[in-house]
Design a protein around this ligand. Structure first.
Ligand code: KIV
Ligand code: ZN
Length: 525
């Protein structure tokens, strides 16, 4: 069966950016728009051009530079807003004006209280209908696509809603946005609203129905999906669900629900490149300064993390036991097993194997005991902690490479250089190198002396003790052939600590290779 497309209308740059305490400049909006192109959204609502010169500039810049999605600008149902929007959108390959007006009694009586709009609600509704239809007709002269929003549709009088929708379609609206502006609707009601609009607006087949839901009751995504199930073919939302008050429907949640439950949403699909969700989420979070909660669906840090023993065990045996989506689908490299006191032996063994440790059954048992003691004190046990436990407890690494001597010269205006003397079994090797900084120079000299060049993935340094004579502890993570090795080094001299950590990681890597990988970690735990 051929599937109908659900268009994804991203309003992160307009409704999303309306979130309290957030503001994006035109350049930042451009950056996000570029990422939205990679995500392959169908429409980007780039801003509300009449609201500020900065928003005008953002819409202008995006219209001029972004190709692919339709570029949309918001307006009120006013000629002056539409004039400004059409100027901002002038260079867009495909432009849309999104105009509209409040349609619920609360909005009409609140925003159009002045008697010039009419004395009774009936008179005011007639004025609103005329303003909406005129705005659409005016906008349709400038752009091919005009979308009409019937603000606060969720609480609007049905008969009036049908009437105004019919009028704006006749005036040239190609898309009808039915916002649940205040997040008031329940999914069944919102789904029924779509059905009833389709049944009661005679010319509805000439327009696409769009859902635009807010999350005041935590139902934005559920309402949007109910809308799709009942005939809506455009979904409006934001990345990470950012937006006014409790925010908008999170696009990544709506799309992944349609994607993952294609058995349920069997007649629709989206164009979204879901592998860009993770990256897009991070970018929006960084640029808006709005952290993503760890337990947020799809893109939260814990969305693909397993921690408790039963879950980890089940997940490691068969991923589908506890995962309904693959992390790769949203652009993550893999799921995470988070090591805590509840993780259990199986999870610990799995992590140690990934780090390249080859332990006997007894060694693993000893490591588990120490691991539990650390995990009881800490919320999460990291690779660095495991590396420390193993080197303290097991001393399994024979130090083939030893750093005998290190000299580093660096300072303002000089090229950092390092020379090292390394003992390699019974041989002494010396080397000198320069680098981008003193640590880089030292690492380059070590690579030169050992003839090994594993990829440095991570480097960190922290003070272990306080005061002038503080001990610095450096931790590095290196990889070779996809395997990870961690090294630690301690010294009052942080460059020396860094060099020791690097040599430590190299020793672990060489030891693991000599022991022939993970073959003897198969011992039952
Ligand atoms: O929530 C809403 O009603 C809106 C409209 C302006 C489209 O954002
Ligand atoms: Zn909104």
């Amino acid at each position: 069966m051929s599937k109908e497309k659900v268009q994804i209308f991203d309003t992160t740059l307009r409704d999303g950016e309306q979130a309290a305490g957030t503001r994006l400049g035109a350049r930042e909006k451009m950056e996000i728009a570029r990422q939205l192109v990679r995500l392959n959204v169908d429409i980007i609502e780039a801003g509300f051009p009449a609201s500020s010169p900065e928003d005008f500039e953002a819409v202008r810049l995006i219209s001029e530079n972004i190709e692919g999605p339709v570029i949309c600008g918001l307006t009120r149902a006013r000629k002056e807003d539409i004039d400004i929007a059409q100027k901002a959108l002038a260079k867009a390959k495909r432009a849309r004006i999104h105009t509209g007006i409040g349609v619920s009694e609360i909005h009409i009586m609140g925003k159009f209280a002045d008697e010039k709009y009419g004395k009774t609600i009936g008179e005011k509704q007639a004025t609103i209908l005329k303003m909406g239809a005129e705005a659409v007709k005016y906008a349709a002269q400038f752009v091919e696509q005009v979308e009409f929003y019937a603000e606060d549709s969720g609480r609007a009088d049905r008969a009036f809603l049908y009437e105004i929708l019919e009028a704006v379609i006749d005036a040239g609206a190609t898309v009808l946005n039915i916002p649940d502006t205040t997040g008031y609707a329940m999914p069944e009601q919102y789904g029924a609203l779509m059905r009833e609009i389709r049944a009661n607006v005679p010319n509805i087949d000439n327009a696409i129905l769009s859902v635009h839901c807010h999350d005041d009751l935590g139902l934005a995504v559920a309402n949007s999906l109910a809308g799709v199930k009942n005939g809506a073919r455009q979904v409006e939302g934001t990345i990470n669900g950012v937006g006014e008050r409790a925010g908008n429907a999170a696009i990544e949640e709506v799309v992944m629900a349609i994607h993952t439950r294609r058995d349920f949403f069997d007649d629709v699909e989206t164009n979204i490149n879901t592998r860009e969700f993770s990256r897009t989420s991070r970018m929006v979070s960084d640029m808006l300064g709005t952290p993503v909660p760890a337990n947020k669906a799809i893109v939260g840090r814990n969305a693909f993390a397993h921690s408790s023993g039963i879950h980890v065990d089940g997940f490691l045996k068969k991923r589908e036991t506890y995962e309904i989506m693959r992390p790769e689908t949203i652009g993550l490299a893999e799921s995470r097993v988070v090591l805590t006191a509840r993780t259990g032996r199986h999870g610990l063994r799995h992590r140690l194997e990934a780090m390249g440790y080859t332990l006997s059954k007894e060694e693993l048992e000893k490591t588990y005991e120490r691991f539990l003691a650390v995990a009881d004190k800490k919320k999460e046990v990291f690779d660095e902690d495991l590396a420390a436990i193993i080197s303290d407890e097991i001393h399994l690494v024979e130090h083939v490479y030893e750093l005998e001597y290190l000299h580093v010269a660096s300072g303002t205006g000089t090229l950092p250089t390092a020379s090292v003397k390394m003992k390699i079994k019974d041989e002494i090797k010396q080397a000198a190198a320069c680098g981008d900084g003193p640590v880089d120079a030292a690492y380059e000299a070590i690579r030169e002396a050992t003839g090994l060049s594993p990829k440095l993935e991570n480097y960190s340094i922290r003070a272990v003790t306080g005061g002038k004579e503080a001990l610095g502890e450096a931790t590095v993570r290196i990889t070779e052939d996809g395997r990870i090795f961690t090294g630690r080094g301690i010294s009052t001299d942080i460059i020396e600590a860094s060099a020791k950590a690097y040599v430590d990681a190299i020793n672990r890597m060489v030891a693991a290779k000599e022991k022939g990988g993970n073959a003897d970690v198969k011992a039952e735990l």
